[in-house]
Ligand binder design. Structure first.
Ligand SMILES: Nc1nc2c([nH]c(=O)n2[C@H]2C[C@H](O)[C@@H](COP(=O)(O)OP(=O)(O)OP(=O)(O)O)O2)c(=O)[nH]1
Length: 150
């Protein structure tokens, strides 16, 4: 008979894939953050988001983020300019979202909504007034605290 404390139940897999996503908090010289609307063709259409997207096979999170910034905003950024901030791990129903969020203070170019997104530079205090996907909500207070430090 095994000792009762050794009888741990076997963890049951959820049968959901973990989706690896990267997102960028672009911070400008006025300490504002760039938000973009999600295009009509995507889930959470019309909500505000941090630019980014899914990590593809054979690319690092930082490489994926630089690719997304180029494709979505026409910006040129280097993986070394992507500074890890936080990650979100959230049950999203059909999949589990693991979103790595990076801070960028340097890049080349001026952001353009190349996928038809609306773009807005937002002061930290104004972030809560922008409706974002639920997984982003726990990021807002830590981001405001981080930006307050300058
Ligand atoms: N980029 C981004 N995605 C977010 C945020 N918050 C959040 O829950 N997500 C979720 C929504 C989606 O389920 C997923 C990102 O997928 P996506 O559809 O935007 O990725 P993608 O740009 O690679 O899209 P696609 O090429 O497959 O169309 O992450 C956020 O702030 N930024």
């Amino acid at each position: 008979m095994p000792h009762p404390t050794n009888q741990h139940p076997k963890p049951q897999p959820t049968n959901r894939r973990t989706l690896l996503v990267v997102a960028a908090v672009l911070v400008n010289d006025h300490n504002e953050v760039l938000l973009a609307t999600r295009p009509a063709s995507k889930s959470h259409a019309g909500l505000w988001e941090f630019p980014g997207g899914k990590v593809e096979q054979n690319e690092s999170p930082e490489e994926a983020l630089c690719r997304e910034l180029r494709e979505e905003l026409g910006l040129s950024a280097k993986p070394s300019q992507c500074v890890p901030f936080r990650f979100v791990s959230e049950d999203c129903g059909p999949f589990h979202l693991l979103m790595a969020v990076f801070i960028l203070r340097a890049w080349e170019g001026t952001p353009q909504g190349l996928e038809g997104q609306q773009l807005r530079w937002v002061a930290p205090a104004e972030l809560p007034a922008h409706a974002m996907p639920a997984p982003d909500e726990p990021l807002i207070a830590p981001l405001q605290a981080f930006l307050a430090k300058g």
